[in-house]
Design a protein around this ligand. Structure first.
Ligand code: HEM
Ligand SMILES: *[C@@H]1O[C@H](CO)[C@@H](O)[C@H](O)[C@H]1NC(C)=O
Ligand SMILES: *[C@@H]1O[C@H](CO)[C@@H](O)[C@H](O)[C@H]1NC(C)=O
Ligand SMILES: *[C@@H]1O[C@H](CO)[C@@H](O)[C@H](O)[C@H]1NC(C)=O
Length: 340
């Protein structure tokens, strides 16, 4: 079976699983979530998270992008249910999956959870903490503030295979990306907006190495990557971490939005338009009329206002993915429990 066939098969499995019920619970559209869910039960919840996030980022500002990314991974794998935090006894949990590609920030979430347990025991879910921390990470990186919906409850199942099937690899083309995102009810505009997350943070060389050294298996370079940008990347990434596929996590770290890797701004869109972006998936935004139109518009925008409003809406939408609310799921005292 070719890599393309395998990927199609995996996508089919994802779609079937979504139809089989996991994605079609009454909570599928975010029912039961609301802004200020903890107003009565833990009024300080959002203040505690923000205060803790300020301290966490003061100690290590590179955790801002990591915590933003964690919300994306949590939501795409079995819904925003905090399951990304679970540790697996058998080594087959989400944390162990290939696309965890060096996920960081578990301790930061654990630290916020501990603070909240001290003031409001058994009240605030890990999934909500991850959603609030992602919002605060954006805000503290000079991005927008937005009202985050809360009321999620936590799942207790963590399966590496789900993460492998639900998260698009960085060598995806736009057709693949649209398939992965449409399974989560996110459309082409949502994709173009959410990819702006790559305005902050870094990637290991392994995730894009083959674009530089062995694109089609003939020791060639990705022709869609700007030649000058490719030269710079080669200086930062010596050959040997790509392993011929898009999931490698080895090697040095490089900024995904060079020159602006700590500021949540529009320069990501200019970067994608002019260089082809760090990952093929970033560059793929140029290959669809809707996503390309959006990238071109933002690359040229004189103010980030429209983007910030779109981003807030898209994050709220992503944050509704297959959530557990009401009596579903649980709120437990710690996030990183050991499960099978
Ligand atoms: C097709 C979709 C996507 C792909 C293929 C993708 C892939 C990746 C990869 C390979 C990395 C580098 C990890 C590493 O080597 O350390 C990364 C980092 C990151 N991703 Fe994505 N991503 C996607 C969508 C998103 C979305 C929708 C968000 C936000 C909602 C996001 C936020 C981030 C952030 C903030 C980082 C930086 C993490 C850090 O600095 O620790 N990504 N992504
Ligand atoms: C990610 O998965 C790898 C195995 O593929 C594992 O060695 C690593 O510890 C995981 N990362 C985290 C942070 O759990
Ligand atoms: C380049 O890619 C081809 C095909 O995937 C692979 O067989 C070969 O080993 C790769 N070469 C290097 C040096 O990585
Ligand atoms: C940006 O705006 C200028 C002037 O309005 C225009 O000439 C140019 O084509 C625009 N670029 C893009 C990528 O839309």
């Amino acid at each position: 079976m070719s890599a393309g066939e395998l990927r199609l098969l995996l996508l089919l499995l994802v779609a079937l699983r979504a139809r089989a019920g996991v994605g079609s619970s009454p909570a599928a559209a975010g029912l039961g979530l609301q802004v200020g869910f903890y107003r009565a039960t833990c009024p300080v919840a959002e203040d505690v998270v923000l205060a803790e996030m300020r301290m966490i980022l003061e100690e290590d500002r590179t955790l801002a992008p990591s915590l933003l990314r964690m919300h994306y991974h949590d939501c795409f794998v079995q819904g925003c249910d905090g399951s990304i935090m679970l540790r697996s006894r058998s080594g087959k949990g989400e944390r162990d999956a290939t696309p965890n590609r060096s996920m960081r920030g578990y301790d930061a979430i654990g630290r916020i959870k501990a603070r909240l347990e001290a003031v409001c025991p058994l009240t605030v879910s890990c999934a909500d903490i991850i959603a609030m921390a992602a919002r605060d990470a954006v805000y503290l990186s000079k991005g927008p503030w937005y009202d985050v919906e809360t009321g999620r409850r936590d799942g207790d199942v963590s399966v590496a295979m789900y993460a492998e099937n639900d998260l698009a690899p960085p060598d995806s083309n736009i057709v693949d990306v649209k398939t992965f995102f449409s399974v989560k009810s996110l459309n082409a505009k949502d994709i173009a907006v959410l990819f702006g997350c790559h305005s902050i943070g870094t990637s290991h060389c392994g995730a894009f190495q083959k674009r530089l050294y062995n694109f089609t298996g003939r020791m060639d370079q990705d022709p869609s990557l700007d030649a000058r940008y490719a030269e710079k990347l080669k200086k930062l990434c010596a050959p040997g971490h790509g392993h011929g596929h898009g999931h490698g996590a080895g090697g040095a770290k490089v900024p995904m939005d060079p020159g602006s890797g700590f500021t949540f701004d529009l320069s990501y869109y200019r970067h994608v338009l002019t260089t082809g972006g760090l990952f093929q998936s970033d560059g793929s935004l140029r290959d669809d009329p809707v996503t390309r139109g959006y990238v071109e518009k933002l690359a040229n925008a004189s103010s980030p206002d429209e983007y910030f409003a779109d981003f807030a809406a898209a994050m709220v939408k992503m944050g509704r993915t297959d959530v557990l609310t009401g009596r579903l799921g649980e709120v437990r005292p710690t996030c990183d429990n050991l499960v099978d």
